[in-house]
Design a protein around this ligand. Sequence first.
Ligand code: ADP
Length: 423
Amino acid sequence: MDSRAVWTGEVRRAVIYLLLGIAIGWFFSKPLLGFALACLLVVVSWMMQMWRVTQWLQTPDAEPPEAKGLWGAVFDSIYHLQRRDREERYRLQTAVSYMRESFSALKEGTVMIDPEGRIEWSNESAVQLLGLHYPRDRGQALLNLLRLPRFIRYFSSGDFQEPLLIASPADAQLRLQIEITPFGHGSHLMFARDVTRLDQLEAMRRDFVANVSHELRTPLTVITGYLHTLIDSGLCQEDRVLRPLKQMREQSARMETLLSELLVLAELEATQPGEDLAPVDVGALMAEVQQHFENAEPGRSIVIDRSSKRWVRGNHRLLYSAVSNLLINALKYSEGDVLLSWSEQGDWGRLSVTDSGPGIEAEHIPRLTERFYRVDKSRSVASGGTGLGLAIVKHILAGHHGTLEITSKKGVGSIFTCILPLS
Ligand code: ADP
């Protein structure tokens, strides 16, 4: 009913009571007393209705009391709100139960974590994979139960872009991939997937590449050795023999570089990020690289621009190798000066190699760090490239919790930036 009409009706009723009180009082020559008694009657009737409301609200699921006018409208409105609230709660409860049922059926260990980092719920698979039991562990701080330092660092960092690989706290034979998704107001949903088999296959692949590279090296050294001896001996002076021999020596040298780069990659893959790091003076490292390349490539100049004096935590040998790989490319694919710069942006250091070479089309950029990916295969092979340089740089940076950023404009040049956390 229209609330204005309800109020008008209620006021009209109160006025009638008051006028009636005054009229009766008048009849007994006491109009004021009649008015006061009528007021009292109105107040008492309102208080009775309020008492009925409180009684009703204390009885769960009870029907609203019968009433007319304003109080009837109040009871109805409260009743409707209650019903809506009950329906909403039921709907949410059903949705939560449905979600929990679906999560329960998952093979992945699933844990819901509240904004304070306590376990709200976990499924059956979380028992075998993470050693978490629901409801026994409900309300416990997750980091008190999963105490692996790498997991603690990962969870506390709040950066869940990349999944985390750890050994299962419940069974050291199992390898888990942990993924965390924030939801709601500070809650998190954590999935733990058993990737033992995948991890074993990946390890087999790594070992296979490393072993093959290693095994091929010895025969290749013998072949290269004999080729050198044959060419240098002067026994093969005839051009139709000498030329193929020289080509064979060139190709075997290329194969040697390829094998040693594959071994470097295998070694990098086998080390965990953050292992073996010490403070590195980036300025000194840049000067060292500059000196090396200016000696190795006379006539080419490497310009240094250093706006930051900060050091990084890193492995000097590997960082040297990353910058060298970028400089080799810059010198190989461009003809002018190459700029080597070091600057800082917030908590990150930026070590950039800028060239004025041919540039790279945008579509190739995301794939450049894949093994053996080349923009122009014939040109890269002719220039002695193996197609592994940028893959090595990417792995080295990942081992330093850093990334490689590539920006390039066709016909203008390229900038390869190593982004490293500042110590
Ligand atoms: P490669 O040994 O072939 O140089 P990399 O992994 O170092 O292998 O580089 C991959 C590809 O990226 C190269 O083949 C080349 O096409 C492209 N590239 C790398 N650096 C540059 C650069 N400075 N300018 C233009 N293209 C580049």
